[in-house]
Design a protein around this ligand. Sequence first.
Ligand code: ADP
Ligand code: ZN
Length: 616
Amino acid sequence: MDKLETLKKYFGHQAFRPGQESLIDGILSGRDVLGVMPTGGGKSLCYQIPALLLPGLAVVISPLISLMKDQVMALQQAGIPAAFLNSSLSEEELRGVYRRAWAGEFKLLYVAPERLAAEGFLNLMREAEISLVAVDEAHCVSQWGQDFRPSYLRIPAFLSRLSRRPPVAAFTATATQEVRRDMTQLLDLREPLTLVTGFDRPNLYFDVLRPKKKDPALLSLVRERQDRSGIIYCATRSAVEKVCALLQSRGIPATRYHAGLDEEERKRNQEDFRFDRRPIMVATNAFGMGIDKSNVSYVIHYNMPKSPEAYYQEAGRAGRDGEAADCILLYSGADLVTARFLIENGRDNEELTGEQRAQAIRRDYERLEKMAGYCAHSGCLRGYLLDYFGQEHPDRCGSCGNCTGEFVTEDVTRQAQMILSCVKRAQDKLGYNVGSTLIAQTLKGSRGRRLLELGLDELSTYGLMKGQSAQEINSCIQLLTDKGYLLRDSGYGGLLLAPKAGEVLFREEGVTRWVRLAAQPELLPREERPARRKERLPAPGEEGLFQALKKLRYRLAQKENVPPFMIFSNATLTDMAAKQPRSLAELLEVSGVGEKKAEKYGAAFLLAIGEYLDGQ
Ligand code: ADP
Ligand code: ZN
């Protein structure tokens, strides 16, 4: 069997996605590979298919227990023998997995990095034939990234203890240069075939809203998407509690997740969400890594997250089935205050030296600033994110709030002059450059301690923009940076004037910005919104059959105790309703129907299709 046949037979897909084929070929030819793909890009198949094609056992190192469980369950559904080893198993279950692994029953074995040093595990690894070692979420090895896991540093030692070094395949969705370099070095990859696929997720629609009051805006966004599954991310546990209670009080089937709940409740709520009993999850960022629920059709951020990486990863949990999905961020200036607080207190219980901690915090601030830049951005939002990940893109995507919204221009020359002259005066006074926060505080006339210590209250520009909100001042500073009037020094990110700032300061060159009109399309009913993208929804004549198939899927899911999307995705049911197969051969033509699933569920679905069509 070749790789395309394997893709069809086990996973029911008709073609590879960009990048998948080269990575698979790389592994099959015995090379190390490094795959950088966005969340939902299809990384798992890149090692699962070689695992099926190569003799022996593939070891998958994965950071999170919930992720392993889901992946193994999905593999078993597709008829692939797989198992996981982690601390959630009982002694007896562990022994069972070891026994079957020794007997050579599995093609894939998922393990947590902590297990790599365990003697019993190493014995198995030295004796068994290892086809490949896949490292999922490989950025966890890097201190530059957000999710540093010291136990990932043990991977090279583990590899060196194997009797033969198999190809090592590392995957991540984090693309910054430093992290990429770290992955190659610290995981000891040998001349890896490196493939960075496009980060764009065309089926995601991005928007930032600044409602005066978030709660009514949130309610209207959620109501408008009733029957759909969504995640609402909040910055703090208390916000999760508040928002979840709000939704529930309005009869919306929401549940919640954060690290303050006991494990049993976390598990219960997560399952309610996965099985669509409560299709709306309100959560902190503790929720998600490892949630492979493909039918999430929107992700709303009730607060601004702390970095573009975090945002893209969390928002990217929408639309993993390829269907149109929405990523909406509700921004307010207070989010910035919360985010700063979380940064200052966020790394206390990590095992870092003082120096490492200071550096990590500095990087956290840099990322926060980029995130704030996203919220203030008036150009294409998708473009902003792709820029951050170093990917080229057209000026306008045509499918984000800023590309579809209505704008008017506003003259901000006066504000620009005040900001530029404040930057200049601060620099003249201190002899070095201060960052945007201090500049904004000075213009606002704040009594901040640091500001007073530096004597910035003595500047003639102190309090000049008293009447404006901190958010307005910040977004104006961002605008001047975007337009190249202000620069940031490479060391500490202090602001300094670009040569062309003189045009504005002395020659009164005008500065304008685009302001989006208040009537924001996302707050309009769905029908009234401007057309903006292809939605792969069932055609009107196919809706009835689609609903019938969904009901059948739900019944089967309840019976087997698996989440509905693990039987077939919505995209598969839509395709099935369109193709209306009447035989097993025709059913296999439907995208997402592999042999095993056809065998298992084919009869039931064909029967339902027959009944539906005959009853027409
Ligand atoms: P990642 O690990 O990169 O976040 P996954 O491996 O979980 O992404 O894949 C995301 C989704 O894309 C899954 O639902 C998977 O079935 C689907 N998928 C992956 N490869 C293909 C393909 N070649 N054709 C169609 N769907 C695919
Ligand atoms: Zn756009």
